[in-house]
Design a protein around this ligand. Sequence first.
Ligand SMILES: Cc1cc2nc3c(=O)[nH]c(=O)nc-3n(C[C@H](O)[C@H](O)[C@H](O)COP(=O)(O)O)c2cc1C
Length: 300
Amino acid sequence: MSKVLLINGSPNERGCTFTALTEIADTLSKNGVEPELLYLGKKPVAGCIDCGKCRQTGRCIFDDKVNEILEKLDEYDGIVVGSPVYYAGPSGQLCAFLDRLFYCSEARMAGKLAAAVVSCRRGGASAAFDRLNKYFGISNMHTVGSQYWNQVHGFTPDDVRKDGEGLQTMRTLAQNMAWLLKHMQAGNEQGIAPPQYEERIYTHFIYRPCLKNTQTLTALKNLSPPGRQAIPRRPGGFVVKTDSPARPAEASLPVQHISADGARGRFQFSIPGWGNATPAGRSRRRSAGRRMPPSKHGAV
Ligand SMILES: Cc1cc2nc3c(=O)[nH]c(=O)nc-3n(C[C@H](O)[C@H](O)[C@H](O)COP(=O)(O)O)c2cc1C
């Protein structure tokens, strides 16, 4: 049976957002999909501090519900994110949670269905809804629509229960999601393969060619921990050659902080002034037998 995670990003456990999510959960159940509700709670949620540790471990250094969900992420075929509207945006705690969840999960979100749901007293729903959809659009998720943008109106759950059109929008969304999940399941059974993505291209607005640096990547990709010794260690870092268009072919660049993560077969490195990078070819991963798109780290 397909499973959908519904995240309540409101501090009010049984408030307006919960009321909207419950309407979705009930409709999913009626349509043969298992819903699982996650309440983030009232305590502050840590934001991403860009420490980069998740690139090595796949987990967040803040050991909270983000890691709990990361452990179970592959169980979910779809994710619905619900938020109250705060000053025309999603709640701060939900954004903090999702920033870390999505940054940690890299390609693991790809192929899942997704939808955002917002609850407001009066205005700002559209802006908050747009903001939440940004997580899905950069993660190869398939965003599910409804008959209207997914919003309910209310200051109390009772208000929301009176918002007939809002609740119908939630039910329609859930019907669409359940229908699509059945199609995906049928497609899998028929052997329809998921997209085989190209190697990811990163074109930074300010040109930092570290991920286009094929010689560097080749050198680093082929390194095993003993092989690392082959790269001469110099004061200031390792030295590798580059064929980057922005640097002469014969240039040697000091690469600092090479770290190997044998468990995931990945290397990370940084070149002073270029920012951090993970060799793109090493970040491919298999999940549920599918070839997943490469990591997006360093280029959100
Ligand atoms: C800090 C804060 C900011 C809010 N900003 C807005 C807003 O911009 N627009 C709006 O219509 N309602 C706003 N509200 C009201 C809530 O979005 C609205 O009551 C929502 O349905 C509450 O959902 P909940 O019960 O799930 O927490 C705000 C509420 C709070 C606490």
